[in-house]
Design a binder for this molecule. Structure first.
Ligand code: COA
Ligand code: AMP
Length: 237
C-alpha cells in the first residue's frame, strides 16, 4: 500500500494538510481527491511513499454534547478528564496556552503539545512544532464519510476520529483538540475509556487559535512518538 500526504500553502503559510493510505490501484484517485482539497493555495507538496507494515486499529466510539457556552463545555470536559486521572491545573494551564496561541514564535503550533501526565511538564523537543500524528487513514474511508455526512457529522470529524483512534493505540492517554479555523468551534476530547467525545462550543467563534494536547506517560515518550509519527495505521469502522 501507499501513504499519500498532501500539504498546501499560500504566501508561505500552511493552509491545509490531508492524507490517505491506499492500494496501488487507488493511488490515482486519491491524488485527485487530495489535490482538490485546499480551496486556495499557491503551492502543494504531495508525497507518495510505499508502506510495508500496516496495523489495523479500532475506531473510538463517538459521543456528542452541546452546551450554551464555552465555559459550560470546558467545565464538562474538565470533569470527564479528572475522572480519567488528569489533573485540573494541567488541563487549565495548557488550554489557556492554546487560547493565546501556543507557539512561542507566535500563532498556533504546527502539531500537538505533549504533556507528562504525572509531572505536568512539556515533553516535545520543539515547542513551535510539537508532534504530528501521521500515516493514518480509514480501512473504508468512503463508507465512513457517507455514514458520517448522513448523521450530520463533518468530513473534518472523519479525519479527526482517525487521528484520535491512532493516538489512543499509540499510548496517548487523553487528548484535547479544537481547530484553529476561526469558524469551527466544535472540538473533542478522546480517551480509551471515554471514546471520542465531540463538544460544541469548545472555543469562541472568531478565534484563530487552536491546537492539540496529548497527555502521556513520560517514560513512554520515545515509543509513543515513534508510533504517532511513523507507524502506518488503518482504522476499522
Ligand atoms: N500544520 C502546520 N504546518 C504543517 C502541518 C500542519 N498540520 N503539516 C505539515 N506542515 C508544514 C510544516 O512546516 C512542516 O515542517 P515541520 O516538520 O518543521 O513542522 C512541513 O510542512 C513538512 O511537514 P511533514 O511532516 O514532512 O509533512 P508530510 O508530508 O509528512 O505530511 C501532513 C503531513 C500534512 C499530511 C499532516 O501534517 C496533516 O496535516 N495531516 C492531516 C491532518 C488532518 O486530517 N487534519 C484535519 C482533521 S483534525
Ligand atoms: P485542525 O483541526 O486541523 O485545525 O488542527 C488543530 C491544531 O492541531 C493545529 O493548530 C495544530 O496545532 C494541531 N495539528 C494539526 N495537524 C496535526 C496532526 N496531524 N497531528 C497532531 N496535531 C496536529
Amino acid at each position: 500500500m501507499f501513504s499519500l500526504r498532501m500539504r498546501s500553502s499560500l504566501k508561505g503559510k500552511h493552509i491545509s494538510g490531508a492524507e490517505r493510505i491506499v492500494k496501488c490501484e487507488k493511488v490515482g484517485y486519491a491524488v485527485f481527491e487530495l489535490l482538490k482539497r485546499p480551496p486556495e493555495y499557491d503551492e502543494i507538496v504531495l508525497k507518495v511513499e510505499k508502506v510495508n507494515n500496516i496495523v489495523k486499529v479500532n475506531s473510538l466510539k463517538i459521543k456528542e454534547y452541546r452546551f450554551k457556552s464555552v465555559e459550560e463545555s470546558r467545565t464538562f470536559i474538565i470533569q470527564l478528564l479528572e475522572r480519567e486521572g488528569i489533573k485540573r491545573e494541567m488541563i487549565l494551564k495548557y488550554m489557556n496556552e492554546i487560547d493565546k496561541g501556543a507557539n512561542p514564535e507566535g500563532g498556533n503550533m504546527r502539531g500537538a503539545m505533549l504533556v507528562d501526565i504525572e509531572r505536568g511538564t512539556r515533553l516535545e523537543k520543539d515547542r513551535s512544532r510539537g508532534v504530528r500524528t501521521v500515516r493514518v487513514d480509514w480501512e473504508n474511508r468512503e463508507k465512513v464519510k457517507r455514514d458520517f455526512l448522513r448523521r450530520g457529522l463533518t468530513e473534518r470529524t472523519v479525519d479527526a476520529l482517525a487521528i484520535a483512534s491512532k493516538n489512543v493505540y499509540c499510548g496517548v492517554i487523553a487528548e484535547i483538540c479544537w481547530s484553529d479555523d476561526p469558524h469551527y468551534v466544535t472540538g473533542y476530547i478522546a480517551t480509551k475509556n471515554l471514546g471520542y467525545v465531540r463538544i460544541t462550543p469548545l472555543k469562541r467563534e472568531g478565534s484563530p487559535f487552536g491546537g492539540r494536547i496529548y497527555f502521556l506517560r513520560g517514560d513512554e515518550i520515545e515509543r509513543t512518538v515513534e508510533c504517532l509519527e511513523n507507524l502506518a495505521c488503518l482504522v476499522r469502522y
